[in-house]
Design a protein around this ligand. Structure first.
Ligand code: NAI
Length: 294
């Protein structure tokens, strides 16, 4: 890879795409941020600008650095703008067929050298790569939410990924101020695999009537030392995303009951109670809504 800052294309400007765009723009890369939904793109652009402003106010970035990062960000609805990108990171819906389709489209636009990556939480990186004409330049780069704050990034080579690409990407991710870890292409990689029982057992404790969710969250944060309890964290991630990940890890482990999704979670997903972003999940986020006490 050359030492000039790579131009980076990001597909999907939701929670993750916007966060990743902020990280790489701050690190000096020109960024093309693409979404099929104009409102999502507008929201992302405004939220990145607001975050950069806050960082400058708090003295965590100089005003000049914040302005430069904002100026590197180019929101777009046109994938042709990816033509000069050296790296494309996809952060759209957690659906294998949709991701495969988007990479077929990307490959029709970018150069043969452009690296392709998915931020998938749980899908097989090898399966997404298999849809590509040049699967050897494909791998997983998995950030955590919120991407500007979370240090960890999992780098996941597919079976087809060319030797040394994962190591090169680890160095690149490090240059963004992150702490990359190499993970194998198994369902949920490292963190989401460990996290499934964290959520699953919390829901089972709730369903069995052993403790209510506020108590479980309180115990895990106040006594367990976790930054967020399982219910608050699931609401933060979003049940649309988290339920799909649970389903996909369960299926990918050949229906191992250790990873079985819960109907409580499925019904929240079906109701559209996606958590914080929807104003309702396990907790009610409507202004003035009473919060359960532990
Ligand atoms: P999100 O729902 O907040 O955002 C997805 C965005 O992609 C939306 O703005 C949507 O309009 C856009 N989109 C969907 N299909 C598209 C297409 N064909 N072309 C262009 N834009 C399209 O989702 P979120 O939470 O950002 O997740 C995205 C990916 O990142 C998923 O694969 C998810 O599993 C993964 N992920 C999510 C984490 C989380 O905590 N939410 C953490 C780490 C990974």
């Amino acid at each position: 890879m050359s030492s000039a800052p790579l131009s980076i294309g990001i597909i999907g400007s939701g929670a993750m795409g916007a966060g990743i765009a902020q990280v790489v723009a701050t690190a000096g890369h020109p960024v093309q941020l693409l979404d099929q939904n104009a409102a999502a793109l507008e929201r992302a652009t405004a939220s990145i600008a607001a975050n950069l402003r806050k960082l400058a106010e708090k003295g965590k970035l100089t005003q000049a650095a914040a302005d430069a990062a904002a100026a590197r960000l180019h929101p777009t609805a046109n994938m042709q703008d990816f033509a000069a990108c050296g790296l494309v990171i996809e952060a759209i819906v957690e659906d294998l067929a949709v991701k495969q389709q988007i990479f077929r489209q990307v490959e029709g636009i970018v150069s043969a050298e452009c690296i392709l990556a998915s931020n998938t939480s749980s899908l097989s990186v090898t399966s997404i790569a298999a849809a590509c004409q040049r699967p050897e330049r494909f791998l997983g780069i998995h950030f955590f939410n919120p991407a500007p704050l979370m240090q960890l990034v999992e780098v996941i080579p597919a079976v087809q990924t060319r030797p040394r690409l994962a190591e090169e990407i680890k160095l690149l991710v490090q240059s963004w101020g992150k702490r990359p870890v190499l993970a194998q292409d198994t369902p949920g990689f490292i963190v989401n695999r460990v996290a499934r029982p964290f959520y699953g057992e919390a829901i089972r404790i709730l369903e069995e009537g052993l403790a209510d969710m506020a108590t479980i969250d309180w115990a895990m944060t106040e006594l367990g030392g976790f930054r967020m309890g399982p219910f608050a964290l699931m609401d933060f991630i979003g049940h649309d995303v988290n339920y799909r990940v649970t389903e996909s890890v369960f299926t990918a482990f050949f229906y191992d009951p250790r990873y079985r999704p819960s109907f409580t979670q499925k019904r929240l997903f079906e109701a559209g109670y996606y958590g914080r972003k929807a104003g309702r999940g396990f907790y009610n986020y409507a202004p003035g809504a009473a919060q359960p006490e532990p």
